[in-house]
Ligand binder design. Structure first.
Ligand code: SF4
Length: 373
């Protein structure tokens, strides 16, 4: 079996080339061909010696993921479904904006965290993606879009690890993928433009801060432990106080001076004025008076199995105003790709569940905490 070179960051590729008896700089050339030029065929690599190309043909391959489908939204959003074998498929979404192009990347086939408002969570978990499968999403999207737009320029300026899966539960594969995204010989993205989104895997947040500190988004979704235990089951292991302490530790290494809290607005569940006031108290009681976080309010994209509804937009606006009036920077995420089920929380792919998540979640009910005020 040959080695898929998409599985390596530059250090990994260098070690591979050295095992083939090649000099280190050959790895850099090869890495550029693969990631900067989208090469799939060793014969294209005209500045590599013919003897090396022949060696590579015997020992290596550059293999992306088969594309099952591609859907395009009226707003320019593009969603791909990639086959990752054994009946599993994962989704990636490209979101074009005036000043940036963002790719939302999946890290797992399914997800074991089981957040109640997330369609991936309802599908259960099959397996972690490899580094090559994570990178293949970016590799394919970048070079396909470049070709389409007829440009040699970079199309994807930002990557968010917010597709299917909890990236920090697939840490070993994630970090080399992030390094390839950041590498000047790879995609050359700045740390500020690569975001890992986590539901709060505290020990891995600390490791990421040391190993590869990129921008961090935390799926908070609730201002107190009883409600968060219900919406984001991982909270039972790493409750809010532990999570916020981990955020503050992360900030000492982060490329930005704030953490983004994602907050999915669920009608009658977590969207009341009292919840906003509890959030303000949480923010103020941490961070020693500094502005250390931002909130991103996400309109929920309902799906039948969730039993949840989207908060009315008036409620979202009022909630945002309470936070903003307290001096907390708050944005409301624009819904993109709604017409192709590419909006946040709608990514579902195909997952051969090994966790019986759907049954388990059907037995539970979301508790709607009554506002105290
Ligand atoms: S929101 Fe993220 S962590 Fe939660 S179930 Fe969905 S993919 Fe997993």
């Amino acid at each position: 079996m040959t080695t898929n070179l998409l599985d390596f960051d530059l250090d990994g590729l260098t070690a591979f080339c050295e095992r083939l008896g090649e000099k280190r700089f050959r790895a850099t050339q090869l890495f550029r061909w693969i990631h900067q030029r989208g090469a799939r065929d060793f014969d294209q690599m005209s500045d590599l010696a013919k003897s090396l190309r022949e060696k590579l043909k015997v020992h290596a391959r550059i293999e992306g993921l088969p594309v099952v489908s591609q859907h395009e939204s009226a707003d320019g959003t593009v969603k791909w479904l990639f086959d990752v074998g054994d009946g599993n498929a994962v989704e990636s979404v490209f979101i074009p904006e005036d000043d940036r192009g963002t790719l939302c990347v999946s890290s797992q086939a399914g997800c074991a965290v089981g957040c109640r408002f997330c369609s991936t969570g309802h599908q259960g978990f099959s397996r972690n993606l490899t580094t090559g499968e994570i990178l293949a999403q970016l590799w394919y999207a970048e070079h396909m879009l470049r070709e389409r737009f007829g440009t040699g320029e970079r199309v994807i300026s930002n990557v968010v690890m917010m597709g299917m899966g909890e990236p920090l539960q697939n840490y070993t594969a994630l970090v080399p993928a992030l390094r390839a995204m950041l590498d000047d010989h790879g995609y050359g993205l700045s740390r500020r433009r690569v975001t890992v989104s986590t539901s709060g895997v505290v020990p891995m947040m600390d490791r990421l801060a040391q190993d590869c500190p990129v921008a961090l988004a935390v799926s908070l979704h609730a201002p107190n432990d009883p409600l968060r235990d219900n919406l984001v089951p991982l909270n039972r292991k790493y409750p809010i106080e532990e999570l916020l302490q981990a955020c503050l530790r992360y900030l000492e290494h982060a490329p930005r001076d704030f953490i983004t809290f994602e907050y999915c607005m669920l009608d009658g569940v977590n969207d009341q004025a009292e919840h906003a006031r509890q959030l303000i108290e949480l923010v103020r009681s941490h961070g020693q008076g500094k502005a250390w976080c931002k909130f991103n309010l996400i309109p929920f994209n309902p799906f039948p199995a969730s039993g949840l509804l989207r908060s009315p937009s008036r409620q979202v606006t009022e909630f945002a105003k309470i936070l903003t009036d307290a001096g907390i920077v708050t944005t409301v995420r624009k819904t993109r790709g709604d017409d192709i089920d590419a909006a946040c929380g709608q990514l579902a792919g195909d997952v051969k569940d090994r966790t019986r998540a759907a049954e388990r979640m059907a037995r539970q009910r979301v508790i709607a905490l009554k506002p105290v005020a």
